[in-house]
Design a protein around this ligand. Structure first.
Ligand SMILES: Cc1cc2nc3c(=O)[nH]c(=O)nc-3n(C[C@H](O)[C@H](O)[C@H](O)COP(=O)(O)O)c2cc1C
Ligand SMILES: [Mn+2]
Length: 557
């Protein structure tokens, strides 16, 4: 957390911050209190960000979405967002986020160095806005890149169509309900849409015209696909999957497309390759944020993320049919690359700065994606989600959703009395997950730890699963570590699972040996056999804390 820039008046995100504990676990009254501080504070912050400091070069300009006035224009929109309003595409979403005052437009920033640098700092700054880069030197004006889109909870709420001021725990409950209740809605085929405003085939495909940043200084190339969605089809069942997999630009019409072992797109790839055929695929770079979120999360195998998003919105996603692959292409996406991933054509892919905080998978020969057709809207917007040292943007929003998903999976696996779950951003929401239970029987805590380590959400590249009693705030690292320090004893509290699902990105496994890793389950609950003799913990209940803070705020602040 040392690198995180803390502003006293912002409460961006609960990762590792005391404010969540201070609010009292699940305490609504106090969430309201700090939200008020946030509003005042973020207003000041946003005003400050409207003035360009004199030391910046003349080429760098602050602008606005329509090139005219300031934000906060859409009063009707604001009223709708208070209750939650769905978006259909990235442009709707930009207008919504502009209306809540959390979008900045920056012109004249270079793709070689500064877009990457600014993005990295935005990810690690609480309360930072979404930034749309335009007029990127060397590229056509209007060709834009959006970064830090989901870096704050209010913007995530906009993406999910939930009330903009929703709190952490309410957002998780709402998401869990959506996961339970959403019924897929088949996409609807249309003949054309905004995506067909520009269509290029074969030799006319030119990916180099897009202002793709060098996101990190040691990257092996430019990654057009970071906040993307890759559509592939299962050749056996016809299931169309959508997953976020990185896309490095190799030439005017070829890219890399790196998919880790076990991911759905990789299983589709392997099936085609086993038949000696290339994998048909469509890469969307710039798409509606809800589809991006669904692509970047571990949905169950067999689920079409496209249909799931249609179901969540209550209306089908309109798609055109890809000319070369027959795959559906969302008609309101910004950019679509349609083509084939070839088993027999390989090129070096990487290194790339990855979510573990390292260039850990280095560079390897990977299959080449040949782009047969390029479709894009006029003035396309690339969604940039470059991985950074955790927690970065994708962790700032997935911490809510992955935690809710893991809690749900424990419930569906029949683990009773799970009080709370938190997938910590500092572990990339994978490497350090915490489950709180109300212990009901001998062995309950181990069951929770083992299952959590191996569910759909916990299985890929996990490392540590901590099980605590329900009095511990799972989202507060201090409390979790305190529980480990004081309720566990290594001799009786640790289990290791060997040869678990990992992959090339695991920095702790030596190059050449990657594939498996192990899991540590830390049982930091009070030992079942003598939990009633366990010494009582010091400290007030959340309710006592609230009362004390109300009465003594004059000395505590
Ligand atoms: C910004 C971002 C980049 C990602 N890049 C990759 C990648 O290059 N390869 C990969 O296998 N997974 C990557 N992931 C993780 C997958 O998107 C995620 O595991 C998702 O569940 C995959 O979809 P699937 O479950 O349908 O396979 C990335 C996630 C994010 C948020
Ligand atoms: Mn999937």
């Amino acid at each position: 957390m040392a690198e995180r820039v803390h502003q006293s008046f912002t409460v961006g995100n609960p990762v590792g911050q005391r404010d969540l504990t201070a609010q009292g676990f699940h305490s609504e009254a106090n969430v309201g209190q700090s939200d008020q501080q946030v509003k005042g504070g973020s207003h000041m912050l946003h005003e400050a960000r409207r003035t360009k400091p004199p030391e910046l070069p003349d080429e760098v300009r602050l602008s606005s979405l329509d090139g005219k006035g300031a934000d906060g224009k859409g009063q009707d929109l604001l009223a709708r967002l208070a209750n939650g309003a769905p978006h259909d595409d990235l442009r709707d979403w930009l207008a919504m986020v502009d209306a809540i005052g959390e979008l900045r437009v920056l012109e004249g920033v270079d793709a070689e160095e500064n877009i990457g640098r600014v993005s990295e700092m935005l990810h690690h700054t609480d309360g930072a806005p979404a930034v749309l880069f335009d007029h990127i030197p060397g590229f056509q004006p209007g060709y834009r890149i959006l970064v830090n889109a989901q870096g704050e909870r209010r913007r995530l709420a906009v993406s999910l169509g939930l009330p903009v001021e929703i709190g952490t725990w309410e957002l998780m409950d709402a998401w869990e309900k959506l996961m339970d209740e959403t019924k897929p809605v088949q996409h609807r085929m249309v003949d054309s849409g905004p995506i067909t405003e520009n269509v290029f085939e074969q030799d006319d495909v030119d990916l180099l015209k897009f202002p793709t940043p060098l996101w990190h200084p040691q990257d092996g190339g430019r990654y057009l696909g970071t906040g993307d969605a890759v559509l592939t089809r299962d050749p056996d069942s016809g299931w169309v999957n959508t997953g976020t997999y990185r896309v490095q630009v190799h030439s005017r019409n070829t890219t890399g497309l790196y998919i880790s072992p076990g991911k759905h797109g990789r299983i589709h790839r392997d099936k085609y390759f086993e038949r000696g055929e290339p994998l048909p695929a469509v890469v969307l770079c710039g798409l509606d944020p809800l589809l991006f979120i669904a692509s970047a999360l571990e949905m169950a195998p067999g689920v079409s993320e496209l249909e799931w998003v249609g179901g969540m919105r209550g209306r089908p996603i309109e798609c055109i049919q890809g000319k070369h692959t027959g795959l559906p292409i969302p008609a309101r996406a910004e950019i679509a690359l349609e083509g084939f991933l070839h088993p027999d054509r390989q090129q070096l892919e990487g290194p790339f700065g990855e979510w573990t905080g390292y260039y850990a998978s280095a560079s390897r020969q990977e299959p080449v994606f040949e782009v047969k057709a390029l479709y894009h809207r006029n003035d396309p917007v690339i969604l940039g989600v470059p991985p950074e040292k955790p927690p970065y943007e994708a962790h700032r929003f997935r911490q809510y959703l992955r935690s809710a998903n893991l809690r749900r999976e424990l419930r569906l696996a029949g683990v009773p009395d799970v009080a709370a779950v938190w997938c910590h951003g500092v572990g990339g929401c994978r490497l350090f997950n915490v489950v709180a239970i109300k212990q009901r029987y001998a062995g309950h805590s181990r069951q929770a730890g083992h299952v959590a380590s191996m569910t759909r959400t916990g299985a890929y590249l996990g490392r540590f699963t901590v099980v605590v009693d329900e009095d511990i705030d799972v989202s507060d690292l201090d409390e979790v570590i305190w529980a480990i320090c004081t309720r566990s004893d290594p001799d009786r509290s640790l289990d290791i699972i060997h040869r678990a699902w990992s992959g090339p990105l695991d920095p702790a496994i030596r190059p050449g040996e990657k594939g498996f890793n192990s899991r540590l389950i830390i049982d930091a609950t009070r030992p079942w056999e003598w939990k009633d003799e366990f010494p009582p913990a010091i400290g007030p209940t959340p309710e006592e804390k609230r009362i004390t803070r109300d009465r003594w705020s004059w000395i505590l602040s």
